[in-house]
Design a protein around this ligand. Structure first.
Ligand SMILES: [Fe+2]
Length: 164
């Protein structure tokens, strides 16, 4: 007996989009890390490299889930990263914006999955929560960055970005 995929074509498409977005986000954080290193913000460089690694754990969770469902994740072509940042604030703006987009993407996919496949929906719920927390976290980072900007404590912020 051969293993049959339990994913419908539309659920497979959604999972592939989720694979793409995690890999894209991982690359985006790497690009921000590289640019911040060039600007001398080494604390932020480290922070974004850790963020990049975390997205790869999300990607791997999707791979395992698709395998459990008798399917196999395809590796997509990833778009080039075009965001250019001149300071930590720009990087945090870009971060907040993508976390919000990804949050909405997982919410939409979850709603679709609820009607189609309870296993996919149950699996996706943790990503709705992960993204909700990420949006909140970037909101906090932006708030703290604004304070650091006003009080001219940008290097202090850079050193302690991982503590927020
Ligand atoms: Fe992620």
């Amino acid at each position: 007996m051969s293993v049959k995929s339990l994913l419908s074509p539309s659920m497979k498409k959604g999972m592939q989009e989720a694979v793409y977005i995690e890999l894209y986000q991982s690359n985006l954080w790497k690009s921000l890390a590289n640019q911040l290193q060039r600007l001398g913000f080494f604390g932020s460089q480290k922070y974004f490299l850790a963020e990049s690694a975390e997205e790869l754990t999300h990607y791997q969770m999707h791979v395992e889930f698709m395998n459990d469902m008798g399917d196999c994740a395809d590796l997509p072509k990833i778009d080039a990263i075009t965001e250019k940042v001149g300071n930590i604030g720009d990087a945090l703006d870009a971060g907040y914006s993508i976390e919000l987009d990804v949050y909405n993407q997982y919410k939409d996919f979850y709603e679709k999955a609820q009607k189609e496949d309870v296993s996919v929906a149950q699996y996706l719920l943790q990503f709705v929560e992960i993204q909700r927390k990420a949006v909140g976290h970037y909101g906090d980072l932006l708030a703290k960055y604004k304070v650091a900007e006003t009080t001219k404590e940008l290097l202090e912020f850079d050193q302690h970005i991982s503590d927020v």
